[in-house]
Design a protein around this ligand. Structure first.
Ligand code: NI
Length: 203
C-alpha cells in the first residue's frame, strides 16, 4: 500500500485503548474492510490468551502502543513501579510477536516522574474523546468521532461492543468527508521520543 502524506491529504487517527478484548477482531475487520488503519494501545494484562488477536492487529498493519500492564494512575507510583508497568506490558506483547512503538499512560495522567521514565518513545494522548466508555452508545460514539477535525487523534476503547459496532459507520462518515484513516505515526510523521502529543499541530 502506498504511504499517505498527511501534509498533503486530510488525515485522522483512530485510537483504541484497553484491549485486546473480545471485540478487537471485529474492530480490525471493520477497519480492514474499508482500507483504514488505526492504533491500538494495549494493556499487558489483557494480552495473555489473546496472542493471536495481537498478531492479527499487527498483521493488518495497525500500529500498537503500550498502555501499561494493568492501568494504574501512574502518578501514584515511583519510577521503578512505572518502569515495571511498561516493561511487563512490553514482555507480554513480545510473547505475541508484537512491539509497541508508542506509550499512552492510563487516563492520560502524567507528571514529571512519569515523563522521565517514558522518555524513549513518543507519548500519545488525544484531541477528541468520544466518551464511548461512558455512553456505551454506538450512536453517540459515531456522532462524536465523525465530526472530528482534520488531524484529530480520536480516543475510543475496543473493549466495548457498542464501540466495535460503531466502527463501520465512523469509517464511512470520515472517509465521506475526505479523510484518510492512518496510524498515529503516519499522522505525526516521525513523532519524537519523550514528547507528548495530542495531535499534529500541538507544540
Ligand atoms: Ni485506558
Amino acid at each position: 500500500m502506498k504511504s499517505i502524506d498527511c501534509r498533503k491529504v486530510r488525515c485522522i487517527a483512530l485510537t483504541f485503548d484497553d484491549g485486546p478484548g473480545p471485540y478487537t477482531g471485529q474492530v480490525v475487520s471493520a477497519l480492514q474492510a474499508k482500507g483504514a488503519k488505526a492504533t491500538f494501545f494495549m494493556l499487558g494484562s489483557q494480552v495473555g490468551g489473546r496472542e493471536a488477536t495481537v498478531r492479527s492487529v499487527k498483521d493488518a498493519g495497525m500500529e500498537i502502543g503500550n498502555h501499561s500492564f494493568n492501568h494504574p494512575d501512574l502518578r501514584g507510583l515511583k519510577s521503578a513501579g512505572i518502569r515495571s508497568q511498561f516493561q511487563r506490558a512490553d514482555a507480554a506483547l513480545a510473547k505475541a510477536g508484537a512491539r509497541a512503538t508508542l506509550y499512552r499512560p492510563p487516563y492520560g495522567a502524567l507528571n514529571s516522574t512519569v515523563r522521565s521514565v517514558l522518555s524513549d518513545r513518543p507519548i500519545l494522548l488525544w484531541g477528541v474523546d468520544t466518551l464511548d466508555w461512558k455512553t456505551q452508545s454506538s450512536a453517540s460514539t459515531l456522532r462524536s468521532a465523525s465530526r472530528a477535525p482534520r488531524g484529530a487523534i480520536i480516543l475510543m476503547h475496543d473493549i466495548h461492543r457498542s464501540t466495535a459496532n460503531a466502527i463501520p459507520g465512523i469509517v464511512s462518515a470520515l472517509q465521506a468527508r475526505g479523510y484518510h484513516l492512518v496510524t498515529v505515526s503516519e499522522l505525526l510523521r516521525a513523532p519524537r521520543p519523550g514528547k507528548v502529543y495530542t495531535g499534529p499541530y500541538a507544540r
